[in-house]
Design a protein around this ligand. Structure first.
Ligand code: DAH
Length: 608
């Protein structure tokens, strides 16, 4: 069982009760695991909390807290006894935690300030008080002369009193929102993001202040180059702390040392150090000098360390550390090519957004596959076709009133002397006679024609362009049973097992008999009723148990004749439905406005 991290939701909680889940010994210390905790486990650059855990018969003086595979280990000295199952009182050392919080939030504010000064810079790492070090590390060159600008941004962010908000998220949500992940994110921890004002959110698991106004003043003190990365060192100052105690300030260990510390060192050693310092004064010299290579100047003096009397080694070491930083900093500020920033190829990348097919294209692909599995051939015919294919060959002679149902777009083109005007195909039935012609009037025919169709209509449930799929089967001895079997097959494949089809008498010119086709509603199982709030209620999706999807029928003899097929020898069935409707029914979508599908509205389309 993992420990519930109370501090993620409330960084200001100072006391809590918890249950002891496990007690153990580790490196002469006692550790205990609780069901929940307010103690921050060291990580993300923020130091662990201290405090006490008190049970009925004993107390653990907590001196370290660490994260261990989802469990928080509270380590320290135990006086008396604690037992598994004990209810214990937790109390954190609040002044210490509050200082940690200031340091940690300051790190985030600094990160933002640097990003404001150097757009595109990436924060790689940070340390907010562990071993007394406070810095944020970046991938790009930052020079000392940028410190004033960074300071200005720091002050601006602080005076703007921006809210600091946190939110729990999943890794996938982070990817979705394209939150940049600058650190190796622990995948075994709950993820949280922190956001300062309206700036880009950052992954963060530490404790945070509530606004930048609450932050103690933050000072960016120094730039240090480390392994080709650039660290901005900082400190925070508690205004309430007295000048002499200075305890709440977070002086870094990298503060310049005073000259007196070098007094006990041999002259040769200090002279060598000074000689190196001299080279730093001239940009060209500093940029071309070998300091850290095998025969580098710094490497040379560093070797002398071993020969020094033991009592001098400590201050010599400090002096060398100081020198090393001066060299790194100077070389960085001169922009030497010896110290160019490296790219850390092990950092997690930014997942590129992968698109997907439009829902209608997905439906077309699926419909195609379902019919191809039982031997249908997917075909495509012209979107602008002759009147003959769209109407006349389908048993709708010129001026036949049935044509009115297809509110047709006519193309302003020279009519064909034999096939009439050019139209934008108002239905996929226009592929029927074309398919018969393609096969030289030689059945068997098993066609599935899926295509764009056009009609002069536009409202919430109709678009001028839409899609239909048309089935046509012609062979010897084809009956309504074959039609019904095919409809049932499609219903089950597309909508799921148990879905039934139903045919009702209707009229189309190109089929005899003709039907309208319904599918049983897969939300209510075709009953028209659902259980809602413990009661039987009408299914809101279908209202009747069935959805009407399209038309079908036995191919009219005149259509077979138009395709050169003898209706005495062959029979056939056909069906045709709208792809959009068929698809939205499947998804259980009550789309108020079908035009959304073609609006290019990504917030809608990304859901499918
Ligand atoms: N073409 C008809 C329409 O657009 C649908 C249709 C009905 C197609 C019956 C057929 C059929 O193949 O047999 O409304």
């Amino acid at each position: 069982m993992s420990t519930d991290l109370l501090y993620l939701a409330d960084s200001y909680q100072k006391r809590a009760t918890a249950k002891v889940l496990e007690i153990g010994e580790l490196q002469n210390q006692t550790f205990i695991i609780l069901d929940q905790t307010i103690f921050y486990a060291q990580g993300g650059g923020q130091p662990a909390d201290h405090g006490t855990i008190t049970g009925p018969q004993g107390q653990l003086e907590v001196s370290h807290v660490s994260y261990n595979g989802g469990q928080i280990q509270h380590k320290g000295k135990l006086s008396g006894e604690l037992h598994v199952g004990d209810t214990v009182e937790l109390a954190i050392d609040w002044p210490l935690r509050y200082t940690h919080m200031h340091l940690h939030t300051a790190g985030h504010v600094l990160d933002q300030a640097v990003k404001n000064v150097i757009p595109g810079v990436i924060g790689l790492d940070g340390n907010h008080g562990i071993n007394g070090k406070n810095y944020v590390e970046f991938d790009q060159e930052i020079t000392a002369d940028q410190l004033p600008a960074i300071q200005q941004e720091l002050d601006a962010v602080q005076t703007a009193a921006l809210p600091i908000s946190t939110e729990m998220v999943t890794k996938d949500e982070l990817d979705e929102r394209r939150v940049r992940l600058p650190f190796d994110l622990p995948t075994n921890k709950p993820l949280r993001i922190v956001q300062i004002g309206e700036y880009e959110p950052m992954p963060d698991g530490g404790t945070q202040l509530k606004t930048t106004a609450e932050c103690w003043p933050i000072t960016a003190t120094q730039i240090v180059v480390k392994d080709g990365h650039f660290r901005v060192l900082y400190q925070v100052t508690d205004p309430a702390a007295t000048a002499e105690s200075g305890t709440a300030t977070s002086e870094t260990k990298t503060k310049p040392r005073s000259a007196t510390q070098t007094a006990d060192l041999p002259d040769e050693f200090t002279a060598a150090v000074e000689a190196i310092r001299l080279t730093l004064k001239t940009p060209q010299v500093a940029a071309t000098t070998n300091y850290f290579g095998k025969k580098g100047l710094f490497s040379d003096v560093a070797k002398q360390l071993k020969e020094l009397p033991p009592e001098s080694r400590r201050s010599a070491g400090q002096l060398l550390n100081q020198l090393k930083q001066e060299i790194e900093q100077t070389v960085a500020s001169y922009g030497s090519n010896q110290q160019t920033a490296k790219v850390d190829v092990t950092l997690p990348g930014i997942k590129p957004k992968v698109g997907h097919m439009h829902p209608v294209s997905q439906a077309i692909a699926e419909i195609t596959q379902i019919f191809e599995r039982v031997g249908f051939t997917r075909v495509r015919y012209p979107e602008a076709d002759w009147d003959w294919y769209a109407f006349e060959s389908l048993n709708m002679p010129k001026n036949h009133p049935a044509r009115d149902e297809w509110e047709t777009f006519f193309v302003a083109a020279e009519p064909s002397s034999t096939k009439g005007k050019l139209v934008l195909t108002p239905h996929t039935s226009s592929g029927q006679v074309r398919e018969m012609e393609r096969l030289n009037s030689q059945p068997p025919i098993r066609m599935i024609n899926i295509a764009r169709c056009y009609r002069r209509q536009q409202d919430a449930t109709h678009t001028q362009m839409f899609h239909q799929f048309e089935g046509l089967v012609v062979d010897k001895g084809i009956t309504i049973q074959h039609l019904k079997g095919t409809l049932d097959y499609f219903a089950q494949e597309f909508y799921g097992p148990g879905t039934k089809s139903r045919i009702r008498p209707f009229h189309f010119q190109f089929t005899e008999p003709s039907f309208e086709v319904d599918f049983s509603c897969h939300i209510c199982g075709g009953t028209g009723e659902v259980r809602r709030d413990g009661e039987t209620a009408k299914c809101r999706f279908c209202k009747s148990g069935w959805h009407e999807v399209g038309g079908a029928g036995m191919v009219h003899p005149n259509v077979l004749k138009a395709g050169g097929i003898d209706p005495e020898e062959y029979t056939g069935f056909a069906f045709g439905w709208g792809v959009e409707r068929t698809y939205t029914l499947k998804e259980g979508l009550n789309i108020d406005d079908i035009r959304l599908l073609y609006s290019g509205e990504l917030r809608f389309l990304e859901q499918f």
